[in-house]
Ligand binder design. Sequence first.
Ligand SMILES: C[S@@+](CC[C@H](N)C(=O)[O-])C[C@H]1O[C@@H](n2cnc3c(N)ncnc32)[C@H](O)[C@@H]1O
Length: 275
Amino acid sequence: MTTAPTLEDIEVQLLLEAVHRYYGYDFRNYAASSLKRRVRNFMQNEGLHTVSALQERILHDRACLDRLLLGLTVNTTSMFRDPSFYTAFREQAVPLLRTYPFIRIWHAGCSTGQEVYSMAILLQEEGIYHRCRIYATDTNEQVLQTARSGIFPLDRMQEYTQLYLKAGGKRSFSEYYTADHQNAIFRSSLKEHLVFAQHNLVTDRSFNEFNVILCRNVLIYFNHTLQQQVHQLFYNSLCKFGILGLGKQESIRFTPHETDYEEIAKGQKLYRRRN
Ligand SMILES: C[S@@+](CC[C@H](N)C(=O)[O-])C[C@H]1O[C@@H](n2cnc3c(N)ncnc32)[C@H](O)[C@@H]1O
């Protein structure tokens, strides 16, 4: 049984329609309940009482739209997030990648870049980074600016060190950055094969053929229709026997490509395209 939409539901739909038509950002197929929660939080921060009032402000104030874009997407990330994923990548994916002369990797929805630098560290330790090019994309230009800088808060380094060690890190984590006041500035050699660019998974197309696609903790914010669409994009963008890595709570089950992949590390959301 479906319940009738509330006035707020209708206003949110109209807001998303307006944002799409006027600015081209398409949030219409994001998971409804978490999106509504974020719209409410945003309204509170802006001191607005109705979604319609928010719509009016958004349409007449570009700066407000930019704030909303940040407010609608969750940008939480970490270095070596879910360390067992990195261990599995090191043990199962790296041996396969060693057989390639050149390795193209796409981090889709990379946020402020912590997971991209983590992968660069892992690939450097495995001696194959010089053969890699990592394309790291996000829809949000503001988070990409932090990602490009390779500068992260110093006070998170203790936590990151623990995760690095759990992920099978082979050196001392502090070798990878220098400390400066409140910041940890990551080694420039890690940036050598990174390309950061804006890309929207909903509206933009594939831009290359990849050996590895990592898209972790992004699809969880999309509804089923949009998840299927993005899985199609990934399938079309992966080369034969290419590797797909998803987030802990994400899966290829119930997608049109469920049978086109095999799991290469049990429970780690690491898959390989069959052909
Ligand atoms: C929770 S973060 C995940 C960051 C990182 N992948 C990780 O797992 O730690 C989700 C990211 O997805 C991005 N995102 C949301 N919608 C997107 C879209 N349509 N296209 C590309 N990126 C998107 C957000 O801007 C945000 O940076």
